[in-house]
Design a protein around this ligand. Structure first.
Ligand code: NA7
Length: 544
């Protein structure tokens, strides 16, 4: 459970009230929840968002670990729905950090007067569909209940933190936490012997920051990743003016790309240009900031084959150049998965960390972690004495956060049971047997806000259609759901994202079904599909 990710979880609100009724209950006040609240309220629905945290921001509220920041360009991540907001808000860095991102979301909540519809410190423990009244009832940890015709889960795809089931965590005499529950007051790491388990996007952001203050750092790595330099920098006044003048073009560009990022693939094949030209492009992208190294490259880098392997080797050699000790360098060089088959972490001085005398890299694929002891971490080969253990061990992605909500649909059937073999949701958002439930957390991937805004718009319009036509329920049909799941499995098998063991396919969680947890389609294809469904009178949905 979420609260077991930190030694001292925050206390809940602890009050009970009468059952209040709303048109829509939104769970989560992160980027999607805030926008859902805004949009649905604008359309005349009564709404209430229930948020577990003591503040708004979701991902940017919980992930307070040092180094946490965007890998998307800041100005592509913000909301586009208000021109005034776009002109008022100054992003200070090209890849903005957690504190500023949290400030931004608080600014949005204040500017659009959203707070009066948000109940903080509200831990939803179950959601039950009332078939007689065609509405959802949610239950909070403190006994409070609320009812809504619609249930909107804006709980994020990466919010249910995961700690491997290591024996002995409670016996550890030092301090520990998971990065998604980094305490607001910070962790005292100065002069301490610190261990970090996990080297995904989170670990790679965290490690170069904390190494500046710890006495000694031990990094436990199971899989070496392809990581790219972020090359963050401040946004100066001229750039700020230029950004603000070109938002329409920026967003237009984002909306054309597969993942809604600002980077567009080069239509040329890597193997069709000369080796010199190829290398020149690799080097140019390498020197540029952000995801361009991944998403502005030759298009065939992103399919298994010669181009992908050629670029992977370029990356491997970049790692070898940055790490002084060739043995450590080889430990950091990824060899067991294709470039782009896992999410590309962006880093700022990550590899140079391993040139320090006070840093030790431990290969826990070779010698797995056996247990946590009172003194530290015990692998097959040694015990590492530590004062602090940081779990950067990722998330039970997509379905994990839904399972925590304990959702019961028609006939009392649970979403958890339905999803036991992987998500079963038409277009990723609606499941047969769960009327008026939109799992919007499960369908937004890529550059998050860019894909979430149109999705929330679509759901809100569907709700208007139901209202305007005097229906009370909208439910995905089993046929539409089955066809969609077949599509995810069939087309998902062809894409790079399903070729490695990662959270994309649930492979990071022992015992979890190995299926693509998101839609396999590009963002424009998903928008087109949803538009077609709406134009055909919500094809694939049963309206009652
Ligand atoms: P990730 O990318 O899932 O990374 C988790 C890391 O934890 C990864 O290095 C794992 O190794 C490691 N891990 C997990 N279980 C173990 C065990 N049992 N032993 C050792 N190491 C383990 O999560 P992040 O938080 O870094 O990033 C998640 C997303 O958040 C990211 O994609 C961004 O979009 C934001 P593995 O690679 O599985 O061998």
């Amino acid at each position: 459970m979420v609260d077991s990710l930190q030694q001292t979880p925050a206390a809940g609100a602890g009050h009970a009230e009468d059952v209040e009724r709303f048109d829509a209950i939104i769970i989560g006040a992160g980027v999607t929840g805030l926008y859902s609240l805004y949009r649905m309220r604008e359309l005349g629905f009564s709404v209430r968002a229930f948020e577990h945290g003591s503040g708004v921001g979701g991902t940017w509220f919980w992930n307070r670990y040092p180094g946490c920041r965007f890998d998307s360009e800041s100005y592509t991540y913000g909301y586009s729905f208000s021109e005034e907001l776009l002109q008022e808000w100054d992003w200070k860095e090209h890849y903005s950090g957690q504190p500023e991102n949290e400030r931004y979301l608080n600014y949005v909540a204040d500017k659009f007067d959203l707070r009066r519809h948000i109940q903080l410190n509200s831990h939803v423990v179950s959601c039950v569909f009332d078939e007689d009244e065609s509405c959802w009832e949610i239950h909070l940890e403190d006994g409070q209940r609320a009812r809504g015709q619609y249930l909107i889960t804006s709980v994020g795809i990466l919010s249910a933190g995961f700690i491997p089931d290591f024996e002995g965590i409670d016996s550890f005499k030092g301090k520990w936490c998971h990065t998604v529950r980094w305490p607001k007051e910070g962790m005292d790491l100065a002069g301490k012997r610190v261990g970090v388990i996990g080297t995904g996007a989170t670990g790679v952001q965290l490690i170069p920051e904390i190494v500046k203050e710890v006495a000694h750092l031990t990094v436990f790595q199971r899989t070496a990743n392809f990581c790219a330099p972020l090359r963050n920098s401040p946004i100066d006044d001229d750039e700020q003016r230029e950004i603000k003048a070109s938002y329409p073009e920026i967003f237009k560009k984002c909306m054309k790309t597969a993942g809604s990022f600002v980077h567009e693939f080069d239509p040329r094949s890597a193997m069709e240009v000369s080796p010199e030209e190829r290398l020149e492009q690799y080097e140019r992208l390498w020197d540029n900031p952000g995801f361009g190294k991944w998403l502005s490259n030759f298009h065939d880098i992103m399919v298994p084959g010669e181009a992908n392997e050629d670029y992977a080797e370029f990356f491997r050699n970049k790692i070898r150049e940055r790490v002084n000790d060739p043995v450590i360098a080889e430990m950091l060089v990824p060899k067991d998965h294709m470039f782009g088959s896992k999410r590309l972490p962006c880093e700022s001085g990550y590899y140079e960390v391993y040139n320090r005398d006070n840093v030790l890299l431990v290969d826990v694929r070779e010698a797995p972690i056996e247990r946590i002891t009172p003194k530290g971490v015990k692998t097959r080969d040694a015990e590492y004495e530590l004062d602090v253990i940081i779990f950067a061990t990722g998330f039970d992605a997509v379905t994990g956060s839904l399972n925590l909500l304990d959702i019961h649909g028609e006939g009392g059937h649970t979403l958890k049971d339905k999803y036991a073999g992987g998500p079963r949701a038409y277009m990723g958002i609606a499941s047969a047997g769960f009327p008026n439930l939109f799992t919007i957390n499960a369908a937004s991937v890529g550059n998050f806000v860019r894909s979430a805004e149109p999705l929330v718009d679509w759901v809100s319009e569907a709700m208007c259609y139901v209202r305007d036509n005097n229906f009370t329920r909208i439910t995905a049909t089993l046929e539409a759901e089955n066809a969609w799941v077949d599509h995810v499995n069939k087309d998902g098998a062809k894409i790079l994202r399903t070729q490695a063991n990662s959270w994309f396919v649930g492979a990071n969680i022992p015992g979890k079904a190995r299926v693509l947890l998101t839609n396999p389609d590009t963002a424009p294809a998903m928008r087109a599909k949803r538009a077609e469904v709406a134009a055909n009178g919500y094809e694939g949905f049963l309206l009652q």
